[in-house]
Design a protein around this ligand. Structure first.
Ligand code: GUN
Length: 285
């Protein structure tokens, strides 16, 4: 039976560390790390995420602001707010909650964020830095997975790592981080042939495909470490991952539950990036 990797507990430990580092940072520099979060419209899931981000900032002692803009916001208004925050000395990290309403151009907004304040690591400049292994900001979800593996004592070097999913936010950067940690990495996706054959070779299997209970026991090598990035809402309203937990748990050596696995780590990594942005600023001024 697999060990359950407790993302809630590990996340709480890291947040305690960030809280202590923040107090130290303020003593040394006389200001707090500051995060601005922009949300446009009323997507209920986004509203929950933004509320949790604000709460997390308060818990570790950051300065934070949430901008709640109406659905009708024009591109020029959103761009102007980003420009203003780019020039705001109290703000070190800017996050535009995605998805944006359809009439707004996500790429245009993300490109407008000063890469030094891009705590999501979505700007092509930071994406490029991740490719060459030179990064101050790590993409939050993959960084959260790496922290879980590290703190659970899972060795990556030389291991066969399979990532299911190739999104810009999770799959692709996840593969890069595993590669930088000297894993032998394969990325699988919707067009992969004989998927189960490949996933069964994985010592470390990271699943980010967005399909409830997609990975079943026959797709997993006995003793594998299984990380479930999925967050799917069942018809009864319950959250469930991309891995069929009940069938995979008995054969894996370690597994993340949903909820309580990767989810809590994402905001924790956002806090880490914001502290890094503030440190970078302090080092420069
Ligand atoms: N929407 C869902 N996940 C994320 C995230 O990590 N960052 C932003 N900005 N929006 C999201």
């Amino acid at each position: 039976m697999a060990t359950r990797i407790d993302g809630k507990l590990i996340s709480a430990q890291i947040r305690e560390e960030i809280k202590a580092e923040t107090a130290e940072f303020q003593k040394e520099n006389g200001f707090l790390p500051g995060l601005a979060v922009i949300i446009v419209g009323e997507n209920p899931a986004s509203q929950v995420y933004v509320r949790n981000k604000k709460k997390a900032c308060e818990e570790v002692g950051f300065y934070s602001r949430v901008y709640e803009l109406p659905e009708s916001t024009a591109q020029a208004e959103l761009n102007a707010l980003v420009d203003e925050l780019n020039n705001d000395e109290a703000i070190h990290g800017i996050l535009v909650q995605l998805p944006l309403p359809k009439h707004l151009d996500e790429t245009e907004v993300l490109l407008r964020i000063n890469p030094e304040k891009d705590v999501d690591a979505f700007h092509p400049y930071n994406v490029g830095k991740i490719m060459i292994g030179d990064y101050s900001f790590l993409p939050c979800t993959p960084a959260g997975v790496m922290a879980l593996l590290e703190r659970t004592g899972v060795e990556i070097a030389g291991k066969k790592c399979v990532v299911i999913g190739r999104s810009n936010i999770v799959g692709k950067p996840m593969a890069m981080l595993l590669l930088h940690a000297n894993g032998t990495v394969t990325i699988c996706h919707s067009r992969t042939k004989n998927l189960a054959e490949t996933t069964r070779e994985a010592d470390i299997l990271v699943v980010a495909i967005g399909k409830a209970d997609f990975v079943t026991a026959d797709m997993v090598k006995p003793g594998a470490v299984v990380i479930d990035v999925g967050m799917n809402r069942r018809e009864d309203g319950k959250l469930t991952g991309d891995v069929d937990f009940a069938s995979v748990e008995p054969i894996a050596s370690a597994i993340t539950p949903v909820p309580g696995g990767v989810g809590p780590m994402t905001i924790t990594m956002l806090l880490k990036n914001t502290l890094t942005a503030a440190r970078n600023k302090a080092g420069k001024s």
